[in-house]
Write a protein that binds this ligand. Structure first.
Ligand code: AMP
Length: 595
């Protein structure tokens, strides 16, 4: 930014102000953090939660750090349940809880519920408002066209106490902040709001793709929130281009689009354009999808998708479809708190670092050293490291204290410090703790996978068969990706071993055992494909061990990995597959929570 004189100066006052704001916040990271903590503790001093720790009105970090424990979602569940059940007293926060944001993280198989307050929307909006001023430093002229973004709302529910529970982006798209946003030439989307706000995912996607095709020359950037979402859109084009081309050729909307608001809006957008229809047919009918993005949207300067963390698995496929267009990861955020942004959005995904904005919440860091873990005793809370004091090269687990009332809450993300922008550290997202498998928003941990394998393998008992060893693999070679579980079986009576049908049933039971986000991805979003069990030859896992030992693993400490991703290992497993079985039906899922 200000450091690189070769960059263009901001084109308008608003952008200049945004960049100044980033400079001011990052130059005064420590002071801003102190102020944020004092504000949060000041306004929440009388909450039931903080009163427990006898802060006596103190708003400084010393009392806070010595008295308030570091917690997980599970620790706060009793308070969260009370809020969900209608207790309106100031439990965690002095401001009224406006709604719950449903995180893609789960607890006991259900989405986590994050209480939020209405002013948090302004804080999120503030972070959004910084993205284009930064992007403009690297890619100017984005006001001369539009963004083709695939944006969706998801199912929402109401808690027994009457609060809405929904994902943070659904909350944002349905807010007046979004719906009545003033015209901003840097943020014009091809997708009409009516399509984004349609809860039927087919109609929403169809309309957004149709508009993207109609305005193809105006499109300067193509994006979705996560890489998996953009790939789903490409898959949609592959499946539906004929109908889309038909609509464009005739100027009539697919009869499957029954949403009235969309129909009315599209009446003003969709006109017969046989030349465009012919072009789309020509590009798609050969089934050659390489570089499809720049072929259809030739003015695309970059893809706007998150490809850090679990999404890194999609980088090669995005390269294939985009002909290597830059993949910009612009921000790092969660339902609990929006954290920060990437000040160099054009850097390669592997080098992306996010700068946490010190005004968004109060941030602390648990040094992450598996050999030397920090003891997190409730009766004697640890000091933890402050935002401005983290050290380059070290890894930390992020802990946040928010205006909505989370105090010293473990987010579950492991971050590595790569440097500083002024006095604000920059972090590479390393991984989410405990996540074994992830295709889209789903996150499956080791114990969930273990439970699913146990439930499914119970079906093998009557065939005197047991699962000797297992591992898993997130297969993203197809869209949507799917979970593959490798099973080595001990079949005592091979003449009466489990049939293919039984193994299919095992796949189904495993899916039923997965958490609600997984099942939602399978059922409502179609963003995860049917789970597959691959039965491998006896002795395969021993070979896997030999392989690991040949690469330096210790024999004594060797444990079969519960998830594999390293290509030679996946190849080894695949070369030993005896049979493969897919889940025959999607699992059960409703937006309601399981009791
Ligand atoms: P949710 O609570 O469902 O909104 O998910 C938030 C989580 O998504 C974060 O805690 C991260 O684990 C992950 N996440 C969000 N933004 C990024 C990013 N830019 N790169 C990698 N992971 C991210």
């Amino acid at each position: 930014m200000a450091a690189d004189r070769s960059l263009p100066s901001p084109p308008n006052e608003k952008f200049a102000k945004a960049l100044d704001f980033i400079e001011e916040m990052t130059k005064n990271a420590d002071k801003v953090q102190e102020k944020v903590l004092a504000e949060i503790l000041g306004r929440n001093a009388d909450t039931e939660y903080l009163r427990r720790f006898n802060l006596g009105g103190a708003t400084g970090w010393e009392t806070f750090k010595s008295r308030v424990p570091v917690v997980t979602y599970e620790d706060l569940q009793p308070e969260i349940h009370r809020i969900a059940n209608g207790d309106r007293s100031p439990i965690l926060c002095s401001h009224p809880i406006s709604e719950f944001l449903t995180s893609s993280g789960t607890s006991a198989g259900e989405r986590k519920l994050m209480p939020t307050i209405s002013e948090e929307m302004d804080r999120r909006q503030l972070l959004y408002s910084l993205l284009m001023p930064v992007m403009n430093l690297y890619v100017p002229g984005l006001d001369k066209g539009k963004g083709l973004y695939f944006l969706f709302i998801k199912a929402e529910t109401t808690t027994p106490g009457g609060l809405v529970a929904r994902p943070v982006l659904t909350s944002y798209y349905k807010s007046t902040h979004f719906k009545t946003r003033p015209y901003d030439p840097y943020n014009v989307y091809t997708s009409p709001d009516e399509a984004i706000l349609c809860s039927d995912s087919f109609q929403s996607m169809y309309t957004q793709m149709l508009c993207g095709l109609l305005m193809r020359h105006q499109v300067l950037r193509v994006g979705a929130v996560f890489a998996s979402g953009l790939l789903r859109a490409i898959r949609f084009l592959q499946t539906h281009w004929r109908q889309l081309a038909h609509d464009i050729s005739t100027g009539s909307l697919n009869p499957r689009i029954t949403d009235q608001a969309i129909q009315e809006r599209m009446a003003g957008i969709l006109n017969p354009d046989p030349d465009l229809a012919e072009f789309i047919t020509k590009e798609c009918e050969g089934e050659n999808w390489e570089r499809i993005i720049p072929r259809i949207w030739p003015n695309t300067k970059y893809l706007d998708v998150i490809v850090t963390g679990a999404m890194a698995q999609y980088i090669p496929l995005l390269d294939f479809y985009s002909g290597g267009l830059p993949q910009a990861c612009t921000m790092y955020a969660s339902s609990e708190c929006y954290f920060g942004l990437n000040l160099k959005p054009m850097t390669k995904p592997a080098e992306v670092s996010y700068t946490i904005m010190p005004n968004m919440g109060y941030f602390e860091f648990i040094p992450h050293d598996p050999e030397n873990p920090v003891e997190l005793r409730r009766d004697s809370p640890p000091r933890l490291v402050d935002l401005a004091d983290v050290e380059v090269g070290k890894e930390y687990e992020l802990v946040v204290t928010t205006y909505s009332g989370l105090c010293r809450y473990r987010v579950g993300d492991i971050l590595r410090v790569t440097g500083f922008h002024n006095y604000a550290p920059q972090f590479k997202f390393v991984r989410r703790k405990n996540v074994l498998l992830s295709i889209d928003a789903d996150k499956t941990d080791e114990s969930e996978l273990q439970k699913a394998v146990e439930n499914a393998s119970a079906l093998l008992r009557e065939f005197h068969t047991s699962v000797v060893e297992y591992t898993s693999y997130a297969d993203t070679n197809t869209i949507p990706g799917h979970y593959v579980i490798y099973w080595e079986l001990l079949v005592k009576d091979p003449a009466n071993g489990p049939t293919g049908e039984v193994l299919e049933e095992c796949c189904r039971v495993m899916e039923e055992s997965m958490n609600s986000v997984y099942r939602q991805c399978r059922v409502a979003d179609n963003s995860v494909g049917p789970l597959e069990i691959r039965v491998v030859k006896n002795g395969t896992f021993e070979e896997l061990m030999d392989y690991a030992i040949s690469r330096g693993a210790s024999i004594n400490q060797y444990k079969a990995p519960r998830c594999v991703s390293y290509t030679p290992i996946v190849e080894l497993l695949d070369a030993r597959v005896l049979s493969a079985h897919f889940s025959p039906a999607p699992p059960h899922w409703t937006p309601e929570r399981r009791v």
